[in-house]
Design a protein around this ligand. Structure first.
Ligand SMILES: [Zn+2]
Length: 354
């Protein structure tokens, strides 16, 4: 494993961008932390999750009600992932670290580990997005070819059809691979310390939490078959919504995706790489932007991951303007549907024989 650092080329784009965005944000206060809208949203989404769960486990008596409630629970769970876990893990919710930590810990509820996520997402993915052989988010498994550096297999010709069904398995994958990664002490090529007793206790508690709410409590009220069916539906929905959203921003034709050169030096400046490896989608869909916690403004998120997502729609035109001035490609899919089509085409392109 080559652990020598990956280097980006120098440039003046990032400094110019930062100056312009900071000038715009100055009147609102740095970072916009502890925004009441974020807390209202957190309460609403957590309430949505709890109410869906209580009604599903303790009240629902028909198959139709149980199906609708398990889907509702799944969408609420994904909403927790977008708005509490993701922002909290970036330290973007509050100026108080304990509030960010509490938000980030909501990932344990969904089957993942906030500790592994910090290394996999904040450190590896955010520093080296779409760099083949470095960005661990591209390493989904042998049944999918999502980047040009990966070997092509015959089954990949049909991946644009079957992959959508596998996306839903994300919580199960998190649950199992986190245990493997924690034992190994690295995620992809990134090593991480595993001797912190608090982190270890949180990791173990998190792996107990999911089976308790998803299996043990429902089994006190329902047969194993019913529990397995509706728990699977909820977890699958969480995985599907989260996976598709993250992939729509990076695995499409307009997002650059290339292998790391042998020199381990990227030809572009870090901030230019962040812009050209992501695509915004549906920027004018305010309901979707609210639910996705601003993840449809992926370019702005990658440039300013510590900035509260409530600012992304406002800074997007500034980012675009600076990109135009510096000749940096800034890509947007106008609607959610066009982003889905772009991801379908990317899967088809990657699945073709090379
Ligand atoms: Zn992020």
């Amino acid at each position: 494993m080559d652990d020598s650092p990956v280097k980006f080329s120098p440039g003046s784009f990032q400094a110019a961008l930062r100056r312009r965005v900071e000038h715009h944000l100055a009147p609102t206060g740095a970072g916009g932390f502890d925004d009441p809208r974020l807390y209202a949203k957190a309460v609403l989404i957590l309430g949505w999750f709890v109410v869906s769960y209580v009604l599903l486990v303790f009240v629902a008596t028909s198959w139709t009600a149980a199906l609708l409630l398990s889907l509702s629970l799944g969408f609420a769970g994904a909403g927790i992932g977008f708005n509490l876990m993701h922002d909290g893990s970036h330290g973007a919710c509050s100026r108080h670290p304990w509030i960010n930590r509490a938000m980030a810990l909501s990932l344990e509820l969904l089957g993942g580990s906030s500790y592994i996520w910090k290394w996999k997402h904040n450190v590896v993915h955010h520093t080296y997005p779409n760099l083949g052989g470095v960005d661990d988010d591209l390493e989904i498994g042998p049944w999918v070819r999502i980047a040009p550096h990966q070997p092509q297999r015959a089954i990949h010709r049909y991946q644009q059809f079957y992959m959508w069904m596998l996306f839903g398995l994300l919580p199960f994958k998190w649950y199992l691979l986190d245990i493997r990664n924690y034992r190994r002490g690295h995620v992809g090529r990134q090593r991480f310390p595993k001797d912190d007793k608090t982190e270890r206790a949180v990791f173990v508690a998190g792996k107990i939490l999911l089976p308790v709410w998803a299996l043990v409590i429902p089994l006190t009220r329902h047969s194993p078959l019913i529990v397995l069916l509706f728990t699977f539906t909820s977890l699958f929905t969480i995985g599907f919504v989260l996976s598709v959203t993250f992939l729509l921003a990076h695995c499409v034709e307009d997002a650059q995706c290339a292998s790391l050169p042998e020199s381990r030096r990227v030809a572009s400046e870090w901030a230019v790489h962040q812009v050209e490896t992501a695509v915004d989608f549906a920027p004018r869909n305010s309901l979707l932007s609210w639910y996705l916690g601003g993840l449809n403004f992926q370019i702005e998120h990658h440039l300013f991951p510590h900035l509260s997502h409530v600012h992304y729609p406002k800074i997007a035109p500034i980012v675009r303007e600076v990109c135009n001035e510096f000749g940096v490609r800034y890509s947007v899919s106008p609607t959610f549907g066009s982003a889905i089509s772009a991801h379908f085409r990317w899967l088809r392109l990657m699945g073709r024989p090379v």
